[in-house]
Design a protein around this ligand. Structure first.
Ligand code: NIG
Ligand code: FE
Length: 412
């Protein structure tokens, strides 16, 4: 069953061959989804081929689905009181992670699954079509494994974050050995990535190197929480180890920016700087210097960091609005970073753009232009979401499977 989306006022493809340099915009466009759920044709609507099923976008903007490459969705409880205390002046230290660890360990599989499902639905409704999900609130062999098993019911982009913090009762060296040994063995079958919170009070640079190196040896890709609270060595470690992404990048020194820029122009996939402005918003911290990174030539992604402590938002449009208003990214840079940038941070070529052959993951906006994502902050502008060509209201279960009965000419 093929599908044509017609009457697209502004189609963002992220494919420079199809339109302008940054976003590959095609105006008065149509897009055809093939039987395989991939983009089969993109171009001016006047020359669009026919398809089995017809959707009228009525002049709206269509964008690639957001790629949220950094989220911690497997947890129990919330930390609203900690947020309120912060807004009254308390600093964020990461210490609250242990509160969530205790609640997560005490929760049933079904409770954890229900929370992931709820947040996954929230994200989908707001235009996110790919989500990375981390463990990291279990911190025992069994709890990290089950967190990843549950995450894997929702996404292929699962990340083992046993090295989130050192549990209250644990010796740092013993715990690091556990993370690199038996816990890794238990987690690896359920994980694509390994991550570490490289920070004073969490894992120092040597322990972070040990964790990522063990993960790489076990066949996982590396990513890292780096330079969130202090200007440590996390970003340079990420580049040194060829990590796919260095996340947060809030406190950067010039050599960190140079290292990220050099990795972006090095010919390989490079290390993406993933910025998480929801965390700065919710911890009332200074925002990362996105302009310095972009102007130096680094590849920048935007993600929510959705978690109950530092950033309890599931909204990529909110992060785009913050990036534009608070971090001086242009609206085009912010949208690119929230889609193509996220895909690069996950080393995926099939998502984050709408060129021919890409997975037909897209959002139809209740707006004539993508500019409205930042121009109208806090407004639910996502009208319809397609995942692999299937409208999200026809997606059943955790995974994205097609169950819809197509009819012609409907509004979806
Ligand atoms: O990305 N920095 C480490 N981890 C999360 C916060 C987790 C929490 O506070 O529960 C982050 O901000
Ligand atoms: Fe995080």
């Amino acid at each position: 069953m093929t599908l044509v989306i017609d009457h697209i006022g502004e189609l963002v493809t992220n494919d420079a061959a199809l339109g302008d340099a940054v976003l590959g915009i095609v105006r008065d466009a149509a897009l055809v989804v093939g039987d395989d759920g991939r983009v089969a044709w993109v171009g001016a609507r006047s020359s669009a081929p026919a398809a089995d099923r017809y959707v009228d976008a009525a002049g709206a903007a269509v964008i690639p689905g957001f790629v949220d490459s950094h989220a911690h969705l497997v947890f129990a409880g919330d930390r609203a009181a900690e947020f309120a205390a912060r807004m009254a002046g308390s600093p964020y230290t990461g210490g609250g992670i242990r509160t969530t660890v205790a609640a997560t360990r005490a929760a049933s599989d079904d409770d954890l699954r229900a929370t992931v499902a709820r947040l996954h639905r929230e994200m989908l409704r707001q235009g996110t079509t790919t989500i990375e999900i981390k463990s990291g609130y279990g911190l025992t062999v069994a709890d990290e494994r089950r967190s990843l098993r549950i995450a894997g019911e929702f996404t292929d982009e699962t990340t083992y974050l046993g090295a989130h913090v050192i549990p209250a009762d644990a010796d740092p060296d013993d715990y690091t050995a556990l993370v690199c040994g038996p816990m890794l063995d238990a987690a690896a079958p359920y994980a694509r990535w390994i991550d570490v919170f490289c920070e004073r009070g969490a894992f120092d640079e040597d322990r972070s190197r040990a964790v990522l190196t063990a993960g790489i040896r076990a066949g996982l890709g590396a990513r890292i929480h780096a330079n969130q609270l202090t200007a440590g060595g996390g970003v340079r470690l990420a580049v040194e180890l060829g990590a796919a992404s260095a996340d947060h990048c809030t406190h950067l020194a010039p050599p960190d920016i140079d290292a990220l820029a050099a990795s972006a122009s090095g010919g390989g996939p490079g290390t993406v700087a993933t910025l998480l402005p929801g965390a700065e918003f919710s911890t009332r911290s200074p925002y990362p210097d996105a302009r310095a990174l972009l102007d130096a030539g680094a590849t920048v992604a935007l993600a929510t960091d959705c978690n109950p402590g530092s950033s309890y938002t599931s909204s990529m449009p909110f992060c785009i609005a913050l990036a534009v208003r608070e971090m001086r990214m242009t609206p085009a840079e912010a949208l690119w970073s929230a889609t193509a940038g996220g895909a690069k941070a996950l080393r995926r070529a099939d998502i984050g753009h709408l060129g021919v052959g890409a997975r037909a993951d897209l959002a139809i906006l209740d707006a004539p232009s993508f500019l409205h994502l930042a121009y109208r902050p806090g407004v639910p502008l996502v009208r319809t979401v397609l995942v692999s060509g299937t409208p999200s209201n026809e997606i059943s279960g955790n995974r994205t499977t097609s169950t819809g009965t197509p009819t012609n000419g409907e509004a979806i």
